[in-house]
Write a new protein. Structure first.
Length: 189
């Protein structure tokens, strides 16, 4: 068997393994009504999760091995976290229900519709509103706020409040010293 065919077979087997792992995480682990148990399995799958972080039920992962989540962060129900490239989420971050953070998309100008991967960085004290979408290559600066339903296509500066499609700056947060901790989630959410 030549090297080309052997490499294709290896890649196919690895892809099947990743798909099975994500199926297990998304279909079974994500529906266990205890964030302690879910966090155990997420860490086992390669997600780096900081102390005091809560991941609610129904969160969907895409390649969990590239995801890092800081301390005291809350990830809401039904959120999608994409790890096909590096996804770094800071500490004291609140990600609301059904937000989507992607770091892979297709090149619509390429005749082969090839994938494009770019890391996403969410710095400390960021709030991401419900059903908002963060696209590949975006950095959300410290303390920024993403309004509900916004689609973020470009970097957001620290302390900016953005909203809309595509997201634009609405105003600036006036708080100068962020030092809060997020409340603890219920055990069975």
């Amino acid at each position: 068997m030549n090297d080309s065919i052997l490499n294709k077979v290896k890649r196919r087997i690895w892809t099947i393994f990743l798909e099975l792992e994500m199926f297990f995480l998304n279909s079974f682990v994500g529906n266990i009504p205890s964030h302690f148990i879910r966090r155990f399995f997420y860490r086992l799958s390669g997600v780096k999760i900081g102390k005091g972080t809560t991941i609610h039920m129904g969160v969907r992962f895409y390649n969990s091995h590239n995801i890092v989540i800081g301390n005291d962060t809350i990830v809401g129900e039904g959120t999608a976290l994409d790890g096909r490239d590096r996804l770094s989420i800071g500490s004291h971050v609140a990600i609301a229900t059904e937000a989507m953070i992607y770091n892979s998309e297709h090149d619509i100008q390429n005749p082969n519709f090839t994938p494009i991967h770019a890391p996403v960085v969410v710095e400390d004290y960021v709030f991401i509103g419900p059903r908002s979408i963060i696209l590949p290559g975006v950095t959300l600066g410290r303390g920024c706020i993403v309004a509900a339903g916004a689609i973020v296509t470009k970097n957001v500066e620290s302390m900016d409040i953005v909203g809309g499609v595509p997201a634009k700056v609405i105003e600036k947060r006036t708080v100068s010293d962020l030092s809060y901790t997020l409340g603890r989630a219920a055990w069975f959410r």
